[in-house]
Design a protein around this ligand. Structure first.
Ligand code: NAD
Length: 518
């Protein structure tokens, strides 16, 4: 057992909420009012939830992928019936506009159910191989559910990253127990409740709520851990999983660069930058966090970005707005600290740059900063807030060098009218995904992998690995002809050395003459 007693009670995400004994009160970040409350699960309660999930999984895992897909599509209909309640719940604990809940969180989950229920069966089907050497054998790979997957999830997309993440795991035949962030647990709790109403086996998709120590306990009881969150917490969880030899996937933080080449379509690039950096108030792991712009177009690009940011409306979830509040007080403080650090080191704040004065809730102005450099926290550490930091570079080589000079490697983007040239730049960037003339859109394309390199994580969402990671891979080998004896079986050692010595040469030596006579 890891000696992490301090971390057991630590929860970076819990600071926006207050714990009252056995309850946590959730605060609406857009108005400071109470949004709801959840129980704090004790260790034995966590164990009980996992045991009930395990029981439900036995039935669920025995269904065919087709049957599971049907039930998940029924679940989707129930989610759609409840879409207003879901949107209001997500908005009440995150402060994001309702439009963002429908367009991002719910779109991802509903599309994911369609995608995994249709394609999941194909990814999970037995794969038969034709061996290159041992032609008398029929090998195949099969995929079996792991059992119960523990999902520890963050606050920035509380529905998408909990319920959406659970779909491929369920489709693979597992049960799922989610430990949502203590800042935003209501969305996952609601999603699990609707699953039961839709007829999924009771307890198959469950939640345990509380702070980090609840997630820490959950690890002990599940068969695999799927973690999405910060590098700091992910590292500790992976150490614990390693000690228990338990599989885990880590989807961690990012510091995504955007490279704007001299031949970029400036209007598209500026629009993409504003959206990529400010959607969800910049609280996206894939947010544009560093913008490197060729010096020949830098000033015009900055002018356009500042003008577009000036037109944005910030406000309450149900108003006609582009940007909502931030979600977590501690994150807002990180943004303030980084912007002040940049300002004190000579960066120019061209728009925003401070907490919205006199407004109840967690409001930070949409901010544009230029003349930043690598000495500033803003260009080194994850900001996770509504800030666009723009740095002038002399050419694409400098942009690539700066983009790669980071501990993170989640995603990136390149903006240029020359798509071939942009692809060549993309291949040189150290990131799990790079978009050309777009940003972070790969997250909405489940056919391709989404995951980070370097400190941004291990493992991938989406594609074949996005569902097979939730499976135990088993190899089956069947003998084809049923002969009484194989070449290696006993007895028969006498001539074997001579025969195999010769065979090695015939099989592997280059050149026919050498094969036969060497
Ligand atoms: P966090 O790491 O503080 O918390 C994530 C989850 O871990 C929460 O549920 C929290 O309660 C739990 N936790 C905290 N301490 C724990 C412990 N010791 N043991 C077990 N569980 C523990 O992250 P956050 O602040 O909620 O989320 C923001 C971070 O998540 C950012 O770094 C962001 O980039 C990252 N993120 C990554 C992705 C991705 O796909 N790569 C997606 C979204 C967010």
């Amino acid at each position: 057992m890891a000696s992490l007693s301090i971390e057991k009670t630590h929860d970076r995400s819990g600071d926006g909420s207050t714990s009252d004994g056995g309850k946590i009160t959730i605060t609406n970040p857009s108005n400071g009012r109470r949004a709801g409350e959840v129980d704090v699960y004790a260790r034995d309660q966590v164990e009980g939830v996992v045991e009930r999930c395990r029981d439900a999984q036995v039935y669920w895992g025995a269904l065919s992928p087709n049957q599971r897909g049907q039930l998940l599509r029924r679940y989707r209909d129930f989610l759609l019936d409840a879409r207003d309640e879901i949107a209001e719940t997500v908005a009440s604990e995150t402060g994001k506009p309702l439009a963002e809940v429908f367009a991002a969180e719910m779109m991802y989950v509903c599309d994911g159910i369609g995608y995994w229920s249709k394609k999941g069966g194909r990814y999970l089907a037995d794969r038969r191989f034709s061996p290159h050497l041992l032609k008398t054998k029929v090998p195949m790979t099969t995929y079996k559910p792991r059992g119960v997957i523990g999902m520890i999830t963050p606050w920035n997309f509380p529905f998408l990253l909990s319920i959406g993440e659970a779909i491929p795991a369920l489709m693979a035949g597992n049960g799922v127990v989610i430990k949502p962030s203590s800042t935003t647990p209501l969305s996952a709790v609601l999603g699990a409740r609707i699953a039961e109403e839709a007829g999924l086996p009771k307890g198959l998709l469950a939640t345990v709520t509380g702070r980090g120590n609840v997630g820490w306990d959950l690890i002990d009881f599940v068969d695999m851990v799927s973690f999405t969150g910060s590098v700091e917490v992910g590292r500790k969880i992976q150490i614990k999983c390693a000690e228990q030899l338990k599989p885990s996937t880590m989807e961690l933080g990012g510091k995504d660069p955007m490279i704007v080449c001299r031949d970029a379509d400036l209007e598209r690039a500026a629009n993409g930058c504003v959206w990529g950096a400010l959607s969800n108030s910049g609280q996206v792991c894939l947010s544009v966090e560093r913008v490197y712009v060729d010096e020949s177009i830098h000033d015009e690009f900055v002018r356009r970005v500042v003008s577009k940011v000036g037109e944005l409306r910030q406000g309450l979830p149900n108003e006609d707005v582009d940007i909502g509040s931030m979600t977590s007080e501690s994150q807002l403080r990180i943004v303030e600290t980084q912007v002040e650090d940049a300002r004190s080191k000579g960066a120019k704040v061209l728009a925003g740059g401070r907490r919205v004065a006199g407004r109840e809730g967690l409001w930070y102005e949409a901010t544009v900063i230029s003349e930043v450099d690598d000495s500033m926290q803003l260009m080194r550490e994850e900001t996770f807030g509504p800030v666009i930091a723009i740095q002038k570079v002399k050419d694409e080589n400098e942009a690539i060098e700066r983009a790669n000079d980071s501990n993170f490697g989640l995603s990136a983007s390149v903006w240029s009218k020359d798509k071939v040239g942009a692809m060549n730049i993309a291949r040189r960037i150290e990131a799990g995904a790079v978009c050309v003339n777009d940003h972070m859109i790969h997250m909405m394309i489940p056919e391709v992998s989404m995951g980070g390199i370097k400190e941004s994580g291990m493992g991938h969402r989406h594609g074949a690995e996005g569902i097979r990671k939730f499976c135990q891979e088993q190899t089956l080998v069947i003998d084809r002809f049923g002969m009484k004896k194989e070449a290696l079986w006993y007895p028969g050692m006498k001539n074997r050395a001579r025969i195999f010595r010769r065979l090695l040469n015939v099989l592997f030596r280059s050149g026919l003459r050498n094969k036969l006579w060497g």
